[in-house]
Design a protein around this ligand. Structure first.
Ligand code: ADP
Length: 199
């Protein structure tokens, strides 16, 4: 049966890591849409959407619902019917969840990767990412790249995410606690299968 999995979690909870582990050997069955990565690409390309999104993202705030809902609808429409989908970072507000249910987007599962606020703050201070593939590494020994400051896969220079600054991380955690928890509740009420994961 076709699955449409919504992957959610606080910043630095490990959604990317979980996704990579889960997809191993199943790459031909799943299409993965990362809303954060897609928006960062738009910002990089300086498209009209990117210019709008940048203001919200740099402040650690969520992008307006109508923009995100349109992206989600477009992605689901264009995915081949025989492929399952992973929506990384959707729905993140009760309004987005409502739209997903109303528009019968067909979300079958919600996976919530759990972490405490304190741990998220600590991990974000220690994280560098690849601007090309989105892979995360740590500055400490936990997950250092083979060559210092360089992505193991892409060979490009690792960067700090501008929204990993301590004051912005607090804002992103607030967004999760205030908006995404109600989104998860709305999805659970709609009858999807709900799973919690701790990494
Ligand atoms: P996080 O580590 O916070 O989960 P993401 O890479 O998923 O980061 O998202 C980065 C930013 O992109 C968010 O802080 C937000 O500004 C924007 N964004 C991503 N998904 C959504 C969404 N569903 N609704 C609104 N904004 C979003």
């Amino acid at each position: 049966m076709r699955k449409i999995i919504s992957l959610l979690g606080k910043p630095c909870a490990g959604k990317g890591t979980l996704l990579r582990r889960f997809l191993e050997g199943k790459e031909d069955q799943y299409i993965c849409v990362s809303f954060g990565d897609a928006l960062r690409k738009e910002v990089e390309k300086e498209t009209i959407l990117g210019q709008q999104a940048k203001i919200y993202m740099e402040a650690g705030k969520l992008i307006p619902d109508y923009i995100i809902i349109n992206i989600a609808l477009g992605q689901i429409r264009k995915a081949p019917e025989n492929m399952s989908l992973i929506l990384d970072g959707f729905p993140r507000t009760a309004e987005q969840a409502e739209a997903a249910v109303e528009a019968k987007m067909g979300i079958t599962h919600v996976v919530n990767v759990k972490i405490s606020d304190e741990e998220a703050i600590a991990r974000s201070a220690n994280r560098v990412v690849c601007p090309e593939c989105g892979e995360s590494y740590t500055l400490n020994e936990y997950k250092k790249p083979k060559k210092e400051g360089i992505c193991d896969r892409c060979g490009v220079k690792l960067v700090r995410r501008s929204d990993d600054k301590p004051e912005i991380i607090k804002e992103r955690l607030e967004s999760f606690n205030n908006y995404t928890i109600p989104a998860i509740k709305r999805m659970k009420d709609s009858g999807v299968e709900y799973l919690e994961v701790v990494l």
